[in-house]
Design a protein around this ligand. Structure first.
Ligand SMILES: [Zn+2]
Length: 171
């Protein structure tokens, strides 16, 4: 909105600023305990209260500083960068998830393994440590198998429940 106001002709900018200032004053003086403060604001120039208020008005509807813009751009890059948007596959439910939605687990460290045992075993099922998991996305690091597990599946396993969308649940 600030960028839009800056692009307006000066006359309109003044009108917008004046209206915004009036609205701000209405809000300020409509506060229940503001009647006492109003007098003190008007009477006490030297105590700095009015100066502080004018300072707020000066900043109102002004463009953000360069530091703030750089910080916003930096945060935007952090949440939309390659690492943040990289797709991961949960080895329990085989869904594609964002990297912030999964955690890496050692396969032999998965809790409540019995919840990932299929009720109806099919000859095509390949069990890993007696669990039906997506094996294509597992990595072997230092002799141990690792894979990603999404937060939904992780929470269900921590509660000793079969994850709703897990491969072992017929999904
Ligand atoms: Zn999952």
């Amino acid at each position: 909105m600030l960028e839009r106001v800056v692009t307006l002709p000066l006359e309109l900018q003044d009108k917008v600023r004046t209206l915004a200032r009036e609205k701000h004053m209405k809000i300020l003086f409509s506060k229940p305990d503001s009647t006492i403060q109003n007098d003190s604001i008007m009477d006490t120039d030297e105590c700095g209260v009015v100066e502080e208020h004018e300072c707020d008005e000066d900043l109102f509807l002004k463009a953000a500083s360069e530091t703030v813009m750089h910080q916003c751009i930096s945060e935007f890059i952090d949440v939309t960068g390659n690492e943040a948007v990289q797709q991961h596959v949960c080895m329990v439910c085989a869904r594609e998830m964002w990297s912030r939605e999964v955690e890496q687990y050692a396969v032999d460290n998965i809790l409540n393994k019995q919840c990932l045992l299929p009720a109806d075993f099919h000859p095509a099922h390949k069990s890993t440590f007696s669990m039906l998991l997506e094996t294509a996305i597992m990595q072997k690091i230092c002799g141990r198998l690792y894979g990603d597990v999404c937060h939904d599946c992780s929470c269900a396993l921590n509660d000793n429940k079969a994850p709703t969308l897990s491969l072992s649940n017929g999904m």
